[in-house]
Ligand binder design. Structure first.
Ligand code: WTA
Length: 624
């Protein structure tokens, strides 16, 4: 259990309530290039070429990961056993006996060799006011924060909740926790007081770190006030550290501790621009730990893609001289609508690689990203992975920098990753040109080890469905050539603007409304957000309320209890929902209605009352 000594991160990175413990082994997964996996860099002098090394990473995974871990990381105590995993029991143990500190790996090593290299570029919401922090400065800030936390009683094994926008102090807070052996629970700053409170309670945090106010897209958000509300229902919280992002003072209580500002200088460096928020997994792995572990310069993007105008990303690329740009398809689809002129205005010649993550990227968006943003010059890499995998698992060019890239396909497994497709009977599909449930046949160091406080759920969700395999929850297609394309979730999880959310979580909130008898939430194809939220609502008998009023009420409930992005796009009021004779809502039927695919309604013979479907169809047509 060395992992709990400073290299473990506790995520609340996904909105549907999974709290997955993932280990940071810091194996060079920050960059779209894979220099870290050159045979010589990984300590494999005898292996010729990266393709051969990829083969070896799967066929002889233990010696591969052992060599990479020894070569690329600083260990306090070396490990004695590479891994002791058993997928059939959901047992995940890596590098047993070993002890390392992830913050030392992200900071001290680089401060030793290149202290003045820029570690962070903070692209503040106010355009043109970026700030740079060197590795030395980031380490100083981290150490000071670590000492501050320690002085206030935070100790090894505690879990600190961080509710901050993407900024240097948030990164230093994460690293400071890791440094003193505390786990961190980074909560996306877009979450409401209720959602934050639930996550604080779940983590049993006694310490919260926040800022007075956040600024995003020119709008101020009252983060400290949200924390004040949240902690009222969190008896474990003893102290709240408050940093100042703006100059507006906030009310401080006896529980609150003010944090001082730092002054930092300006330096040059290589630049990795991942525009994810640190409250989500992509921010953890590709804004903070991955880039820093590799000594890269990483960008902290605080703003939105369209603030103050739709040229924001490309203006930033020009100003910060970004080399790798990593973003989400939802933003690309949004920007595409504003036209090429916002891109062409800026010099993008520093760009080398364009990455995409979080949801499928449609061909139109892929082509535009490639042709307009990258000027046809930069490879677009569609990277598939998830919170549970810790880092990229499938990407177009894991081992061959010149390999063919097919638009909209994640394509090839990364080092040490062995994907398989399963049929509905749980048999491995061996042929190509076939679709199935995407599973992993062998473990890798970055994978989740448990769900915080609920190991059984971890086993039931990821290892029970296909015994002996890790189940990703996604479906995938394997082409004739053997390339993988992700087809979407197989469970009741939807992906709105790249944010995962369980339909059940939204239903829970909707059902709390006193007027609602029951509800069903369905994701549907949305041309910007990827998926939109469509809610069917059945009212309690005798309820007399204007539908428009109730819609407003439901919207504000979802926004208050979860977050704005989870708000319904459509609310359809129905007399009843189609159900099986055993009383289960026929979601498959609702999905087809929402997709207007009446041909595909399929077998309705198990329905309790087929007339319910007709009512639902009529209601849907009226709503459109
Ligand atoms: C989806 C985000 C298609 C998928 C890193 C996965 C993708 C979920 C892709 C994880 C991609 C992620 N193509 N779908 N390139 N990348 N997904 O945990 O459904 O927030 O299971 O991690 O996003 O979302 P999470």
């Amino acid at each position: 259990m060395w992992l709990l000594r400073g290299c473990t991160s506790k995520y609340v990175a996904s909105s549907f309530g999974r709290r997955v413990l993932t280990t940071y082994h810091v194996l060079g997964r920050s960059r779209c290039n894979i220099a870290a996996f050159m045979p010589e860099a990984a300590g494999f002098e005898g292996v010729s070429g990266r393709a051969a090394l990829r083969e070896l990473s799967v066929s002889n995974s233990d010696s591969f990961w052992a060599a990479v871990a020894r070569h690329r990381l600083s260990w306090i105590t070396p490990f004695h056993t590479v891994q002791d995993c058993d997928l059939s029991r959901g047992k995940i143990k890596w590098f047993e006996g070993g002890k390392l500190n992830v913050s030392v790996n992200c900071l001290d090593r680089h401060v030793h060799t290149c202290p003045e290299r820029v570690a962070l570029i903070w692209e503040r919401d106010e355009r043109g006011s970026e700030m740079k922090y060197t590795y030395r400065e980031l380490m100083e800030m981290t150490c000071q924060l670590g000492n501050l936390l320690r002085r206030h009683g935070v100790k090894k094994g505690d879990c600190v909740t961080i509710y901050m926008p993407t900024c240097p102090l948030a990164v230093a807070s994460m690293l400071a926790c890791a440094r003193i052996g505390a786990a961190h629970n980074v909560v996306f700053a877009g979450f409401s007081a209720d959602a934050l409170a639930e996550r604080i309670r779940d983590a049993q945090s006694s310490t919260v770190i926040t800022v007075n106010q956040g600024v995003r897209g020119g709008k101020v958000t009252e983060l400290k006030k949200t924390v004040d509300t949240a902690v009222q229902s969190c008896p474990t919280v003893k102290q709240v550290f408050v940093a100042m992002r703006t100059e507006t003072p906030v009310t401080m209580t006896a529980r609150d501790i003010a944090m001082d500002e730092y002054v930092f200088s300006y330096h040059d460096g290589d630049v990795f621009g991942c525009v994810a928020d640190i409250g989500w997994i992509t921010g953890h792995s590709y804004v903070v730990y991955g880039p820093l572990a590799n000594g890269a310069t990483t960008v902290l993007f605080e703003s939105t893609p369209i603030y103050p105008d739709p040229g924001r990303y490309w203006d930033m690329v020009e100003r910060l001289k970004i080399n790798q740009f990593y973003g989400a398809p939802t933003a690309i689809r949004l920007l595409l609508k504003y036209g090429d002129k916002w891109v062409n205005k800026y010099d993008r010649s520093t760009l080398k690689t364009l990455g995409s993550v979080g949801e499928p990227i449609n061909t139109e968006a892929w082509e535009w990203y490639h042709r307009v943003v990258g000027g046809g010059r930069c490879p677009v890499v569609d990277t598939w992975w998830q919170t549970e995998t810790g880092g990229i698992c499938i990407a177009p060019r894991p081992s061959d920098p010149d390999a063919e890239i097919v638009p909209g396909m994640a394509m090839r497994p990364f080092f040490g990753i062995k994907p398989v497709l399963m049929d509905t009977e749980g048999e491995v599909l061996t042929s190509n040109n076939i679709s199935g449930a995407l599973c992993m046949a062998q473990p890798w160091p970055g994978m989740a080890r448990t769900i915080h406080n609920n190991h059984q759920r971890f086993i039931d969700t990821y290892f029970q469905p296909y015994p002996g395999y890790f189940f990703t929850g996604d479906g995938a297609y394997r082409s004739e050539e053997g390339y993988y394309q992700i087809t979407g979730r197989l469970d009741d999880v939807i992906n709105v603007s790249g944010h995962r959310i369980g339909t059940a979580e939204i239903e829970d909130v909707v059902n709390q409304c006193p007027a609602v008898a029951e509800s069903a939430v369905i994701g549907y194809a949305h041309n910007i957000k990827g998926q939109g939220v469509y809610v069917f609502v059945v009212l309690k008998k005798g309820v007399d309320i204007q539908e428009a009023d109730l819609s407003r009420q439901l919207n504000s409930m979802v926004s208050e209890k979860i977050a704005k992005y989870a708000c319904p796009d459509f609310i359809q009021f129905a007399k009843r929902l189609p159900k099986t004779r055993s009383g289960k809502i026929m979601r498959r039927v609702l999905r087809k209605v929402v997709e207007s695919d009446l041909e595909g309604l399929g077998d309705l013979s198990t329905l309790d009352d087929p007339a319910a479907v007709q009512e639902i169809i009529q209601g849907h047509e009226k709503l459109l």
